[in-house]
Design a protein around this ligand. Structure first.
Ligand SMILES: Nc1nc2c(ncn2[C@@H]2O[C@H](COP(=O)(O)OP(=O)(O)OP(=O)(O)O)[C@@H](O)[C@H]2O)c(=O)[nH]1
Ligand SMILES: [Mg+2]
Length: 400
């Protein structure tokens, strides 16, 4: 799964990305700082089962910080947008092509309205962020629409005989865009177009279909960024009232906290509601900056929002749950004795056999049964897994 970080230029996308991944990428208060996409690893935060079971774990592919499991997830920061990007303005279609593989999108918005529609810095409150949301969504729709329209006549002609072959044609055309067949079918159904031949779809039908397809295949959460500035809180309420998923956020604050924690100046886990100063090396200016973050962001909003946005994306939009595969059900470990070594994010509704395949195709092919370790219960191939399950797979074939 790959999540793209999108938005108007100069709103804090790279700051968000850097705060989530701790990678050093260019950040600047001017349009088009980012040109080429940055890909990095952020973390999904969840309560680890180690506390519940009272065991000391030592994960290999994720991190456990005193009962908080941080599971690696892939994020991508792309070039910013201005209105007209889909027809070449600004950096044009570049960002769009970089987004093909994305399964969900985090839309970073300058909620303080401190940048104009072209991303130029202006006094906070001078610009309406709702305008940005609308134009960015519109550019995404136009991008999808352009891809389809370039070949629409052929798709209509080849797929004319029945819905099945029309969907096949569409799927081929949209391959590489991380769009499933189910998404296509659902979008047609939701638009009430199931009984209408593609060749008789009006431009309005196409636009409606494209928007729905985009919503289904690349769901968006708004990261209401720069919440530390006035009048972001007012604008945040306005955005929320449109019904879009929207989370208040201060990427800059998160970046400061993450960097300070990396240098062991403070104790802070991404997503925490507070931090603790643990070094005497901080100067007055640094202390003041941290106090401001505590006052303006943490006390007011509960946390910086960056981790909450990532969690919402993977848990609610992509519908993933966490399961812990083990090889020894008694010691909860792998063959090397690492306790609760791995945490997998898998689709809600996945079965024990799906998990086996995800770990290794050999385990899936030789699947015999699995053990639900917490409940000390043998489960079959079709058993649907729950969030927080610890599972041992029993297979005729060994992993790898
Ligand atoms: N006050 C405040 N400023 C922020 C926040 N996040 C980012 N900024 C500032 O916004 C400016 C733009 O940040 P970037 O991360 O470079 O923005 P971008 O969206 O990646 O920009 P492009 O790559 O140019 O499209 C920088 O000056 C950041 O310091 C925030 O949460 N609060
Ligand atoms: Mg950038």
């Amino acid at each position: 799964m790959l999540v793209g970080i999108i938005g108007k230029t100069n709103v804090g996308k790279s700051t968000f990305f850097s705060a989530a991944t701790l990678l050093n990428v260019p950040i600047g208060n001017y349009p088009f700082t980012t040109i080429n996409p940055n890909i990095g690893i952020g973390y999904f935060r969840t309560k680890c089962v180690c506390k519940e079971l009272g065991v000391k774990d030592n994960p290999t592919t994720s991190i456990c910080l005193d009962g908080i499991r941080l599971i690696p997830v892939k994020l991508m920061d792309v070039a910013g947008l201005v209105p007209g990007a889909s027809s070449g303005r600004g950096l044009g279609n570049k960002f769009l092509d970089d987004l093909r593989q994305a399964d969900a999108l985090i839309h970073v918005v300058d909620t303080a309205g401190a940048t104009d529609i072209e991303g130029r810095p202006v006094a906070p409150g001078s610009h309406d962020p709702l305008e940005d949301i609308q134009f960015v969504e519109n550019e995404l729709d136009l991008w999808f629409q352009n891809i389809l329209k370039s070949d629409w006549q052929r798709i209509c002609k080849v797929g004319e005989s029945n819905l099945e072959s029309s969907i096949n044609q569409l799927q081929q055309k949209l391959s590489g865009l991380s769009i499933t067949r189910t998404n296509i079918y659902k979008a047609i159904e939701d638009c009430g177009l199931l009984n209408k031949k593609f060749s008789s779809w009006s431009d309005q039908n196409i636009m409606m279909f494209v928007r729905r397809l985009r919503e289904l295949s690349k769901p968006i959460v708004v990261a209401a960024n720069k919440i530390d500035l006035f009048p972001a809180a007012l604008n945040y309420e306005k955005i929320k009232s449109t019904g879009r998923p929207c989370i208040p956020c201060s990427a800059e604050s998160e970046l400061v906290l993450r960097r300070a924690s990396e240098k062991r100046l403070i104790e802070y886990v991404p997503g925490d509601s507070d931090f603790k100063i643990i070094s005497s090396q901080l100067n007055e200016q640094q202390k003041k900056a941290l106090e401001l973050i505590r006052d303006r962001v943490l006390r007011k909003w509960g946390n910086t929002g960056v981790q909450e946005v990532i969690n919402f994306t993977f848990k609610e939009m992509l519908q993933l749950i966490t399961v812990y595969p083990v090889e020894d059900e008694n010691s909860l470990s792998d063959k090397k004795g690492n306790v609760l070594p791995e945490a997998y994010l898998i689709k809600r509704g996945s079965t024990a056999k799906d998990l086996a395949y995800k770990i290794h195709s050999d385990l899936g092919e030789g699947f015999l049964y699995a053990i639900d370790v917490k409940r000390n219960m043998r489960i079959g191939a079709d058993h649907i897994l729950s969030d927080g399950d610890i599972i041992k797979i029993v297979s005729t074939k060994a992993r790898g």
